[in-house]
Write a protein that binds this ligand. Structure first.
Ligand code: PFF
Ligand code: NA
Length: 447
């Protein structure tokens, strides 16, 4: 164990940090609009199947890799594959994971910036009295302004860098412990508000009455990508967080906690958004603007809406921040352990690169909106699609393959505290179902 590699203060700190990473914009911003674009319940069903059958084993595999390696993802993969007498090709997984995390951060921070901007706008009553059209116009105006996007992206990235520079194993606990339950309570309250709109039943059946005929290759790959994204797997984050773990923490129970929380918050976010969508005759397929055009409408209509809106977007910004921190960590840990820059220098370097890429991404909403060749998407959408739909699943695939087939199976099962049926279930999931699942989804999209 390297002396400068930090550790979590306690098991609780680890679970809170991992949950803080998982719960974020992916649940509240991305999940509802992907359900809306993917066609409702069919998407939700495939998403849930991917969480259980693929995301869960990958999450456990990444923590296990990290805990055994006790280093940044790249050196962890190098050490573990060398110890098993395998070729260094596995280092590629570490490198890819670290890069993907940083790339996701670049566009994630742009949306974190939207959330900050909406905190201020909601707080100053900018949405009061607006109808649906006015709220939509406000969102479009924000996207059309490079300076507004740049300002809030910079504030969000600055906050992320400031925290990571101090080290993530330290002071986050208090923040996550207080703010995440507050966010959960507020979301539940908003679900209850949704039942008063007269369109809650419609939202329920939109999300849960599955029409299997809607399932096709592009739905399946989007749902799998979202499962990876929401659990923070495939980006080196959970490998890095696992590397700060000691031997005592039970990976399975931690995974159960994180997955239940993350899934509950995503589903609840859907039950907040869709009643508002239907009650106001909006499009379910509004895309990335969905929460930013639906929620302000509801806040404009409800008693105390200015305060509720302010608190909601503030808590969302914090949830986004705890995820952004985790996204920066793998690349910073690598740079810190491999260079003489030190913690602060490494954070400034990587954070600066992500900030610059984020600027290019935010310009694709306005001055640089021409689609890129080949992918036919703007840079923001291209970065999101490439990472979620392709790179996260690929990295996760190799992580679970590594644990399932290259680490000693008996020692893995013992480390997870499994025997008998549990052990067989783990082997089935990690060795067969999860890897084949990823391959099947890729094939479904290609064929
Ligand atoms: N899981 C986060 C969310 O749902 O908002 C986003 C994220 C964090 C994705 C960390 C990937 C990652 F490695
Ligand atoms: Na999530």
């Amino acid at each position: 164990m390297t002396t400068d590699h930090a550790h979590w203060a306690s098991r609780l700190t680890f679970v809170l940090a991992a949950a803080g990473s998982a719960v974020g914009l992916g649940n509240i911003w991305k999940f509802p609009y992907m359900v809306g674009e993917g066609g409702g319940a069919a998407f939700v069903l495939v998403y849930l199947a991917c969480i259980v059958l693929i995301g869960a084993p990958v999450l456990v595999a990444e923590w296990l890799i990290g805990r055994r390696g006790q280093k940044n993802p790249v050196d962890t993969m190098r050490d573990l594959s060398a110890a098993n007498g395998r070729s260094g090709a596995w280092v590629g997984l570490g490198v890819s994971a670290v890069i993907v995390g940083a790339v996701i951060l670049s566009f994630y921070s742009v949306v974190g910036g939207w959330s900050l901007y909406y905190t201020v706008e909601a707080g100053r009553g900018a949405f009061t009295g607006l109808e649906a059209g006015g709220v939509e116009a406000a969102f479009d105006a924000m996207l059309a302004s490079p300076l507004t996007l740049l300002l809030w992206h910079s504030v969000f990235m600055g906050a992320t860098v400031a925290i990571v520079a101090r080290g993530v194993t330290g002071g986050l606990e208090a923040a996550v412990r207080l703010l995440m339950p507050s966010l959960a309570v507020l979301i539940v309250a908003l679900v209850i508000y949704g039942t008063t709109t007269g369109h809650f039943g419609e939202a329920l059946s939109y999300m849960f009455a599955v029409d299997l005929g809607r399932i096709d290759g592009s739905l399946v790959i989007a749902a799998m990508g979202q499962a990876f994204f929401t659990l923070s797997v495939g980006a080196g984050v959970m490998i890095a967080y696992g590397s700060y773990l000691d031997e005592r923490t039970s990976l399975l129970s931690a995974a159960g906690t994180v997955i239940l929380l993350d899934t509950a918050i995503a589903l609840a976010a859907g039950l907040v958004i869709f009643p508002i969508v239907f009650a106001n005759g909006l499009e379910t397929s509004a895309g990335p603007g969905l929460i930013f055009v639906t929620l302000p409408i509801a806040f404009a209509q409800m008693v105390g809406g200015t305060l509720v809106g302010l608190v909601f977007f503030l808590l969302l910004s914090f949830a986004a921040l705890t995820s952004a921190i985790s996204l920066l960590e793998p690349a910073v840990a690598f740079t810190e352990e491999r260079s003489r820059l030190g913690r602060v220098g490494a954070t400034l370097l990587i954070g600066g690169l992500c900030w610059a890429l984020g600027i290019a991404a935010l310009l694709s909403f306005n001055v640089w909106s021409a689609p890129l060749p080949v992918v036919d998407l703007g840079l923001f959408d291209a970065l999101d699609g490439l990472t979620s739909k392709i790179l996260l699943p690929l990295n996760g695939f190799f992580a679970v393959l590594f644990v399932g087939w290259f680490l000693n199976r008996q020692s893995v099962v013992e480390e997870l505290g499994l025997s008998g049926l549990g052990a067989r279930l783990w082997v089935a999931l990690a060795c067969v179902v999860a890897p084949l699942g990823v391959i099947a989804v890729f094939l479904a999209e290609i064929l």
